[in-house]
Design a protein around this ligand. Structure first.
Ligand SMILES: Nc1ncnc2c1ncn2[C@@H]1O[C@H](COP(=O)(O)OP(=O)(O)OP(=O)(O)O)[C@@H](O)[C@H]1O
Length: 269
């Protein structure tokens, strides 16, 4: 999903302002998210990426502005909107945010408990299905979060975010704290789930590899607003000091470097 000119906008943020005391985090922030895309939200530390995510899902009441998700005004009545929308989106916070006293399976079952008439045996089977979808072995369902590695906890958090077959998943720094191999595997998982389930993914990240590997579009937060949106290629042409530093710096060059054909083919140079 790269062409957003004809795409259906399912999240529409307009004129968003978030202010804490005298600290204005967002002002006149506009953003569209289109169905089926993987949108990477980047920006310097403290630019308000998490506050934006929390505003969209109704956990943070903005100072002003409007936010529509599937055409529903999230701010008009946050509680009513959440009741309607909670089944249509899933959220994975940075550390997985699992209940430590529940097993992985029980964690995944938590959102399903809201479904009236869903028999416990079916709920359990559905939870096991989600657990396998995120690449966790079957036995992981019986484990407690403390018994899992960081990468497994993230996968468990993703399984819970997928519990109600959402149309959108919000991921807050999904690869933070993972080693490069684990992070690449998690990127693959997100891309495969997005493609196979038609999921829209709103992904806050600092990870240049993730942007390069899976994001259809990037939104850069700077100067209290969305400074630029577009493909990775578009970002390379944005004339802004932070954007230049971020997308042209040495780490970016390493992440975006095309793999050498010699290395890819395994042949000697
Ligand atoms: N509930 C709150 N009360 C007061 N200030 C807050 C609150 N939530 C966030 N902030 C402030 O808003 C700013 C943006 O925070 P946010 O966590 O969204 O940044 P971020 O872009 O996600 O940063 P990072 O990349 O470091 O995670 C920060 O200065 C933070 O201290």
């Amino acid at each position: 999903m790269k062409d957003n000119t004809t795409a259906e906008v399912i999240i529409r943020v307009r004129g968003l302002k978030n202010q804490f005391g005298s600290h204005v985090v967002h002002e006149n922030l506009d953003l569209d998210v289109c169905r089926g895309e993987i949108l990477g939200v980047v920006g310097g530390s403290g630019t308000g990426k998490s506050v934006l995510l929390r505003s969209i899902i109704g956990l943070q009441k903005p100072t002003s502005g409007s936010i529509e998700v599937f055409g529903i005004d999230v701010l008009a009545d946050a509680e009513a909107a959440r009741d309607t929308l909670d089944e249509r989106w899933g959220v994975m916070f940075q550390d997985g945010a699992l209940f430590s006293s529940l097993t992985v399976r029980e964690n995944v079952e938590v959102p399903m408990r809201a479904i009236q008439g869903l028999a416990p045996t079916l709920r359990r089977e559905l939870a096991d299905l989600k657990i396998s979808m995120v690449g966790l072995e079957y036995l992981a369902g019986d484990k407690y979060p403390s018994e899992l590695s960081g990468g497994m906890r993230k996968r468990a958090g993703l399984a819970r975010a997928l519990a109600l077959d959402p149309e959108i998943v919000f991921l807050d720094e999904p690869t933070a704290g993972l080693d490069p191999i684990g992070a690449a595997a998690f990127d693959d998982l997100i891309r495969n789930l997005s493609r196979s389930l038609g999921l829209t993914v709103f992904l806050v990240t600092h990870d240049l590899d993730t942007l390069h590997a899976i994001c259809d579009r990037i939104a850069v937060l700077a100067d209290r607003k969305v400074l630029a949106t577009g493909t990775l290629e578009d970002m390379l042409g944005v004339d802004d000091p932070w954007v230049r530093e971020y997308f042209h710096g040495p780490r970016a060059r390493a992440a975006f470097k095309p793999s050498s054909p010699d290395v890819a083919s395994g042949e000697d140079p």
